[in-house]
Design a protein around this ligand. Sequence first.
Ligand code: CAA
Length: 277
Amino acid sequence: MADAKVEQGRPDAVTGGTGLPTAEELAAAGLLLDIDGAVATVALNRPERRNAMTFTLWRTLARIGRSLPAEVRVVVLRGEGSCFSAGIDLGMFSGEGEGFADGSDEAAADAFIADLQQGYTWLRRPEIVTIAQVHGHAIGGAFQLALACDIRVIADDTRFCMKEPALGLVPDLTGTKPLVEIVGLNRALELCLTARTVLADEALRLGLAETVVPAADLPGAVADLTASLLAVNAGAAVATKRLLQQASENTLEQQCAAERREQIGRLREMFGGAAQG
Ligand code: CAA
């Protein structure tokens, strides 16, 4: 992967973006960032610690999300070394070098976790399609990172595990909603409350992966998928993701109305129709 390009991203009106992290900030977070036109690749890069994730890593992910150049349409998340990631750096629980919320101040702990969750929520934005390129272990916060992505392309050596309950905690990095939506309440309960490992074949069967390939073919499979995604009209991709995201919570009537709204927007853009009424 090429060195991270350090450049200013678009400002974010809501959260006040401060631009993409510098190369030094990325290194301190254990991340690599490569932006090549419409494709951004974020790599978890602490292979000697199995890409264990720190609070700084999650905050830096959020900043990347806030600062991505507008031309980026596909974001790929991957891990350097032998696995995607071993989840939270267990040193975080002892507050090693970083602030730690022990829950004694409820409001402070709530704000602390909300801040970390922002490292995950941006991956749902309709303007981008996010791909988790997973190999080896994807544990806890790393499994949740894969769940935050739109599409999971995984190697046949992938091992997903929602480890948090086994550590006395709950999955709190936005993973419970997609997990239940994908596998259903009962299977989600079984997976979380046993903290068992899901291998690639089962992940495919459960819908936790869209594609499983031999480990050696993983980068090529993601590159092919990326090319297919970029071949589709950009405006249609954004509108369609927005539409699909609301489908399960809308009534049929609401969804039909949403389809009409989005299509009218597409027609206006494609054929130059002016708004009436
Ligand atoms: N945090 C900190 N260091 C970690 C780590 C982690 N999560 N996972 C691995 N490492 C370190 C090891 O301590 C080891 O360091 P040393 O070389 O200094 O001894 C190094 O990485 C290599 O680890 P292993 O020798 O264990 O590597 P392996 O390939 O044999 O095994 C593994 C890999 C199965 C992932 C194993 O390391 C492991 O079980 N790690 C812990 C996983 C875990 O419990 N993660 C927490 C999940 S919960 C969560 O993420 C969310 C939350 O908020 C609670």
